[in-house]
Design a protein around this ligand. Structure first.
Ligand SMILES: C[S@@+](CC[C@H](N)C(=O)[O-])C[C@H]1O[C@@H](n2cnc3c(N)ncnc32)[C@H](O)[C@@H]1O
Length: 293
């Protein structure tokens, strides 16, 4: 009987400089994510377990696999492992206050007059941002189920999309939600907490690479894209800001991460409207929300 060597006898070295460059190129070409030359140990800590799971001895073998037709599934695992998914409920809470106090009231007025309203969490990770948007909305609108309001949550990482769709979180994570909201919008399931169906129905989770063409038709009123472009190079950031601008309705809002900025230039109509918050000028009543669904 052949026995497999225990995992500890597999090669635990990180990628060589040239292997790291190749891995960085693959992830950059696919996701626009920049991995700097000094990040070998980060790559090792995230991909080492994939090599071990596959029984591969070297990063060269791994690179050959993810570059091959047969390695398509592993390529998805690689993207998932190399994306940074850190998030939490009501992260940068001032954005949710602004959403509640300034952005949503006129949008709800429009929805109550029969209009469509669409919000987008772009780079949503496992959905905590999108569900924070949903709770903010639901608190303002007890009549939500009669309104044409939807939230789209997208991410490149299929594992995050599956997590968000299920809406199930460890109890410790849900502690970040104010207690009154927690009691209203979560129910215990197994050892954790799950978002109630009425709130989950507001959201659609979809896998989407922001650098690919976007399949959504129609415009958005609110876009959250926070702590995502920080991993991209300046040109990719700039391209994305322009695309978000084009995807917004007049008067639409763009929320970005605490260390991100939209540089206001002659090409952009976005104006600063709060801390790391931007807005397009209003053009009066509009009813054309995105038609993702
Ligand atoms: C740090 S998380 C931010 C989550 C959330 N927006 C927040 O601020 O809490 C960054 C997310 O961006 C996603 N991401 C990275 N590159 C992407 C791309 N090219 N297209 C779509 N999502 C991407 C990652 O998978 C990750 O879930």
């Amino acid at each position: 009987m052949t026995t497999l060597p225990p995992p500890s006898t597999f090669d635990h070295r990180g990628p060589s400089d040239s292997e790291l460059r190749e891995i960085a190129k693959i992830i950059y070409d696919h996701a626009g994510i920049v991995i700097a030359p000094g990040k070998g140990s980060m790559v090792q800590s995230r991909l080492g377990k994939r090599l071990r799971a596959l029984g591969l001895k070297s990063y060269t073998d791994y690179i050959a696999l993810v570059s091959s037709e047969a390695g398509k599934e592993e390529h998805r695992h690689m993207v998932s492992a190399l994306t940074t998914n850190v998030t939490h409920f009501f992260r940068e809470n001032h954005h949710f206050e602004l959403l509640r106090d300034r952005a949503l009231p006129p949008l709800l007025e429009r929805a109550r007059a029969g209009g469509r309203v669409r919000l987008w969490s772009a780079g949503s990770s496992n959905g905590q941002e999108a569900y924070s948007m949903a709770m903010t909305l639901a608190e303002l609108a007890p009549d939500l189920d009669r309104l044409d309001i939807r939230i789209l949550a997208t991410d490149i990482d299929p594992v995050m999309i599956a997590h968000g769709t299920r809406g199930y979180y460890d109890t410790a994570l849900v502690e970040a939600v104010p207690e009154a909201l927690r009691r209203k919008y979560f129910q215990p399931e197994d050892d954790g907490q799950r978002v109630i169906p009425a709130l989950r129905r507001l959201l659609a989770f979809k896998e989407l690479n922001l650098h690919d063409p976007w399949p959504m038709k129609g415009q958005f009123d609110v876009i959250f894209c926070r702590n995502v472009v920080i991993y991209f190079d300046p040109e990719a950031q700039e391209r994305l800001w322009r695309r978000f601008e084009e995807a917004l309705n007049p008067g639409g809002w763009l929320f970005v991460g605490h260390s991100e900025r939209v540089h206001q230039s002659g090409h952009s109509k976005l104006v600063s409207a709060g801390i790391t918050t931007y807005r397009l000028p209003d053009a009066g009543p509009n009813t054309g929300g995105s038609q993702w669904r």
